[in-house]
Ligand binder design. Structure first.
Ligand code: SF4
Ligand code: SF4
Length: 269
């Protein structure tokens, strides 16, 4: 299995193959001899939208999810933390969501699990995510011997990836802003904590938004306000806007008169 979002160096090192003639044969179902073999020994990075879907699926708080199912954050090359799923402490490093019948969180499984065995090379260029797809051919995966034929677009649709890609694209734009800062490390520890909270601990971010003075400091239209109160996906989108403003001084929020906008130079160490 691979990360949903790969960079080109990752691709060169892995077992990626182009999708020949735009099609590939593949099927994954309980009848394949390798069923669930790909659900162990993984380095599975979770995106903010993965965390949102999973914590709601499990009916637990964001903090509880982070404590129980994720590892310590590691720093991505642009200085921002990345969250990893904590595998079980058994000999196979099994995914905590694997049950005897397969994936117990199937409807809300992470984007990376949905995408497999397709791999996505995504770049943020000119304000848009540009992507290319490959096949990740691992020897243990026998799904390629099945007859069902797909184009990459058909696969993405079938696996419910459109929403994941939309949310992950917005999130990638923040990471892209991080890469635009030249001298590493570009962000203070305080900003990293804010990034972590707004991306992964949505319950805490909600408190931050509605129980602090934040809403008094910015022009926020009624529609957005109503959406972020009632819809966690909209709240997560709002958190991405907030981070772009607060960490990278982008014009994604409209401060009221007298509110001082963060300065790019002031954010370095
Ligand atoms: S066919 Fe591939 S994706 Fe499906 S269970 Fe087997 S190893 Fe995993
Ligand atoms: S979340 Fe589900 S599909 Fe993904 S690795 Fe775990 S058990 Fe497998």
């Amino acid at each position: 299995m691979t990360e949903n979002i790969l960079d080109r160096k990752d691709l060169e090192k892995s077992k990626m193959e182009p999708i020949k003639d735009g099609k590939f044969s593949f099927a994954c179902h309980p009848g394949v001899p390798c069923f669930t073999r790909c659900c162990s020994d993984l380095d599975l990075a979770l995106t903010p939208y993965d965390v949102l879907r999973l914590k709601n699926r499990l009916g637990i708080s964001s903090s509880d999810f982070l404590d129980r199912f994720t590892t310590d954050q590691v720093r991505h090359n642009c200085g921002l933390p990345m969250l990893m799923l904590k595998m079980k402490n058994d000999s196979k490093r099994t995914c905590p969501f694997l049950g005897p019948e397969g994936c117990t969180v199937y409807q809300d499984r992470p984007g990376a699990c949905r995408l497999y065995p397709v791999a996505r090379a995504a770049k943020y260029l000119g304000g848009r995510v540009q992507e290319q797809h490959f096949l990740l051919k691992e020897s243990h995966c026998l799904g390629f011997q099945e007859d069902r034929e797909w184009t990459d677009k058909e696969w993405l649709k079938d696996q419910g990836l459109e929403l994941y890609n939309e949310m992950n694209g917005l999130w990638m734009a923040i990471n892209q802003s991080g890469k635009e800062n030249n001298t590493p490390p570009p962000i203070t520890d305080e900003k990293i904590k804010m990034y972590f909270m707004a991306c992964y601990n949505l319950d805490m971010f909600k408190k931050f938004v509605f129980e602090s003075k934040l809403l008094n400091l910015f022009h926020i239209d009624k529609k957005t306000l109503s959406q972020i109160k009632s819809n966690e996906r909209e709240l997560l989108k709002f958190s991405f806007r907030w981070l772009q403003f607060a960490i990278f001084a982008k014009n994604t929020m409209k401060p009221k008169k007298g509110v001082i906008k963060p300065k790019k130079r002031a954010m370095g160490r």
